[in-house]
Ligand binder design. Structure first.
Ligand SMILES: NC(=O)c1ccc[n+]([C@@H]2O[C@H](COP(=O)([O-])OP(=O)(O)OC[C@H]3O[C@@H](n4cnc5c(N)ncnc54)[C@H](OP(=O)(O)O)[C@@H]3O)[C@@H](O)[C@H]2O)c1
Length: 281
């Protein structure tokens, strides 16, 4: 079996490759990358994989049985066609199964909803493709909160619009293990699975950061509009509202749904105690 992993130059794609190549039944793994030189050393063949280049995608997917499609980072409208290019290329070269990394989120009414809708459209395109498929709806990565620690320290607080909503965070490593499993078994074919760990509040996140890094962060709730303005000032008018919309979704409880991670993996998602203990010096 030959498995192609797209966006192998990205953090999630690369981690999925690492998990697959570590598995005894991981088959032959190839990576696709828009920018092959960005890919870390993975010990596998890397082929061209620009979602905007249908011909290149067909050539690169030739001879593969299963494709892992990592959702792109472009504007919502552009993403839909880019993902279709991958699905169509997979169909045209006889791929049997496609696994898509989608996202959890509120489908209407938040500044993140257009991105969620574009992921839902790709989910539908995958279901309509006629290929075997699995769709994973990822929780929110927790790593950016660790990477942003200096920013939190400078402010002395975590301030956002999540309020007391709980967020089903996850890690790229845990997601990658789940995707490696979904790619190499047929047990979840035809299913859409939620992938994240035990939901926690922002106040709990602050406690974990404090206990791990010796900080004294507190949590303060902001209005959604104020938080979007705050993030847009730092990150610009595309990413700022997206981040604001994600936290609005946390406040609304969308990330507190039942996770399928344990069913998929046959073990619970890594606990937050265990995750944060790995970050202690
Ligand atoms: N769950 C979450 O909290 C969360 C957070 C952020 C993003 N996401 C989603 O999860 C995906 C994977 O996350 P990540 O951590 O791996 O992100 P990442 O490290 O930023 O990697 C993004 C990857 O997407 C590739 N890409 C972007 N546009 C492309 C195109 N037109 N054609 C082919 N490849 C393209 C990039 O390729 P280059 O090397 O050429 O740039 C890169 O490999 C993201 O793309 C995004 O859709 C989820």
């Amino acid at each position: 079996m030959t498995i192609a992993v797209t966006a192998a130059s990205g953090q999630l794609g690369a981690e999925i490759v690492r998990k697959l190549t570590a598995m005894p039944n991981g088959g032959t793994v190839i990576g696709l990358a828009r920018t092959p030189q960005n890919a870390p050393e993975l010990g596998i063949e890397i082929r061209g994989g620009d979602y905007n280049q249908p011909q290149q995608l067909r050539a690169s997917l030739a001879g593969t049985d299963t494709v892992l499609l990592v959702s792109g980072m472009d504007t919502p409208d552009a993403r839909i066609q880019q993902h279709r290019n991958v699905i169509d290329a997979a169909k045209s070269v006889g791929v049997r199964k496609i696994v898509y990394t989608s996202i959890h989120g509120v489908e209407k009414g938040t500044a993140f909803s257009a991105v969620v809708q574009s992921n839902r459209q790709t989910e539908q395109d995958v279901r309509d493709s006629g290929l075997d498929y699995v769709i994973g709806r990822n929780g929110i990565y927790i790593e950016p909160d660790i990477e942003y620690l200096e920013g939190y320290k400078a402010r002395g607080e975590i301030a956002n619009s999540a309020g007391s909503g709980k967020c089903g965070y996850t890690t790229r490593s845990e997601l990658a293990e789940a995707y490696a499993r979904l790619l190499t078994t047929d047990q979840y074919d035809g299913r859409t699975v939620n992938l994240y760990g035990t939901p926690i509040t922002q106040a709990q996140l602050a406690q974990y950061l404090n206990a791990t890094f010796g900080t004294s962060l507190t949590y303060r709730e902001m209005t959604s509009d104020a938080f979007i303005a705050d993030r847009s000032a730092d990150l610009g008018d595309f990413i700022g509202p997206i981040i604001g919309g994600i936290y609005e979704g946390i406040r609304l409880g969308i990330y507190e749904k039942e996770s399928d991670f344990e069913a998929v993996m046959g073990r619970p998602h890594q606990s937050w105690d265990a995750y944060f203990s790995t970050l202690k010096n």
